[in-house]
Design a protein around this ligand. Structure first.
Ligand code: 4NP
Length: 164
């Protein structure tokens, strides 16, 4: 038997792919690396909207992430593509609007892959609030929630997909 393990693929999704989902991408990537699981878990991010395609994450997201030791400056915004629904095992929306938009786009056989990212965390928040027009600390809240959900998602994948 070949020793090649199946990869678990995670897609983080928000509206613009410049604030919340690139933050989730960078933070979850950090968790994957710290756990030594870069060979088996892959993370990517995308937006339901098309207005920021090709852009770096928002300056405020980059600054907030950097303060906590995450580097997200190399990421570039892209829009969710039809093939993403095939390719990814977990497609995680940051808020209810993102989830609704994904539901409309996603072919039925893949709909079980969709959920809110915060569903994995034991938090008072069910969604990661859009920080784009928010005050400065909105970006700190994004990081707090994303860190909490990333830890919980990693534990979930280790138990359910990687046999403990
Ligand atoms: P994100 O935030 O969905 O977390 O990337 C937003 C980015 C841009 C806009 C809205 C939300 N916008 O309206 O341009």
């Amino acid at each position: 038997m070949s020793g090649k393990k199946k990869k678990v693929r995670v897609l983080m999704v928000c509206l613009g792919n410049i604030c919340r989902s690139p933050t989730a991408h960078g933070v979850f990537q950090h968790h994957i690396e710290r756990a030594g699981l870069t060979d088996v878990i892959r993370v990517d991010s995308a937006g339901t909207g098309d207005f920021h395609i090709g852009e770096k994450p928002d300056k405020r997201s980059r600054a907030a992430a950097k303060k906590r030791g995450y580097s997200i400056g190399g990421l570039r915004a892209r829009q969710v593509q039809p093939e993403d629904f095939e390719k990814f095992d977990y497609i995680l929306a940051m808020d209810d609007n993102n989830l609704r938009d994904l539901m409309l786009l996603c072919p039925k056989p893949h709909r079980h892959k969709l959920s809110l990212f915060m569903e994995f965390a034991d938090s008072n928040y069910s969604a990661v609030p859009d920080p784009y027009y928010g005050k400065g600390d909105a970006f700190e809240l994004v990081l707090n929630l994303v860190e909490e959900a990333s830890e919980a998602l990693l534990a979930h994948i280790m138990i359910h997909d990687l046999n403990g």
